[in-house]
Write a protein that binds this ligand. Structure first.
Ligand code: UDP
Length: 243
């Protein structure tokens, strides 16, 4: 029996709009309350079927955004309340263009040159951000404590983590007790988008659910990952009708 709720794979997704999400982010900053926001895609949910630790990390996030069209399509097909896609990159742009307040932000992730460009362009593109620090996404586990110290010393209110999955979720979860920055958001390839290294699909393609195709054209090496998506969807579908 399928439950008509906001869950998929047993995980509760956030189903309100960006305005409510921004209110929650602002509240976490004002109250200095930890808020871990993860942005699962169909691939992420697919991986959670073979990696129980990863599933547990997702379950511990405070907010899960359904960051994939196919995930939302499955939600609609099953009559779930998950009917709108909410993405990491969109929340970055919405916060960065906010007219109501400024945010102290730390960027972590991407290659050094991409990150450098993203930080530089943000001054113009995302005027509500005060970038208080940044670190590329290619560091050794032994350097992690130093990176965390830098993040904490920066006084950031929002940490954007673009390390790709599952590294970004592990980075936040494993360091939840050490990180003093209230809001932590996984943002995948957002720094590539901000820097202009990757282009986002035009709206019409996004609306048709074809953003994956646009991404594949820009990064053909992703084909071996994308080819697994139908299998992940099938697994998810069977999970839902049997739980
Ligand atoms: N990345 C990183 N460190 C790593 C692996 C990846 O910083 O060890 C970055 C990579 O440079 C890119 C982003 O993570 O900016 C990957 O984004 P993508 O959208 O591919 O995320 P995924 O779909 O893998 O979560």
């Amino acid at each position: 029996m399928i439950k008509r709720d906001n869950t998929l794979r047993g995980l509760s997704f956030f189903v309100q709009d960006y305005n409510v999400l921004i209110e929650k982010i602002n509240e976490a900053i004002d109250k200095k309350k930890s808020c871990f926001i993860a942005t699962p895609t169909t691939e992420i949910i697919g991986v959670s079927f073979k990696d129980n630790d990863y599933l547990n990390i997702l379950a511990k996030a405070d907010i899960l955004l359904p960051d994939s069209v196919t995930l939302v399509q499955i939600g609609i097909l099953l009559g779930k309340k998950i009917i709108h896609r909410l993405t990491g990159v969109d929340i970055v742009f919405k916060l960065g263009k906010s007219e109501n307040r400024r945010y102290k932000v730390f960027f972590i992730g991407a290659k050094e040159e991409v990150l450098h460009k993203a930080v530089k362009i943000s001054a113009e593109l995302l005027p509500a951000f005060e970038i208080v620090g940044s670190h590329n996404g290619y560091f050794f586990k032994t350097e992690e404590d130093k990176v965390i110290e830098d993040i904490n010393n920066s006084g950031a209110e929002v940490l954007l983590v673009g390390l790709g999955f599952p590294k970004q979720e592990h980075f936040i979860f494993d360091n939840l007790d050490k990180l003093t920055v209230p809001v932590k958001i996984t943002v995948g390839g957002s720094f590539d988008v901000i820097s202009g290294t990757l282009k986002r699909a035009p709206d019409w393609m996004q609306n048709l659910g074809l953003e994956w195709l646009y991404r594949l054209i820009q990064e053909p090496s992703r084909w071996h990952r994308m080819i697994l998506i139908p299998w992940y969807l099938l697994q998810l579908f069977f999970y839902e009708i049997t739980h």
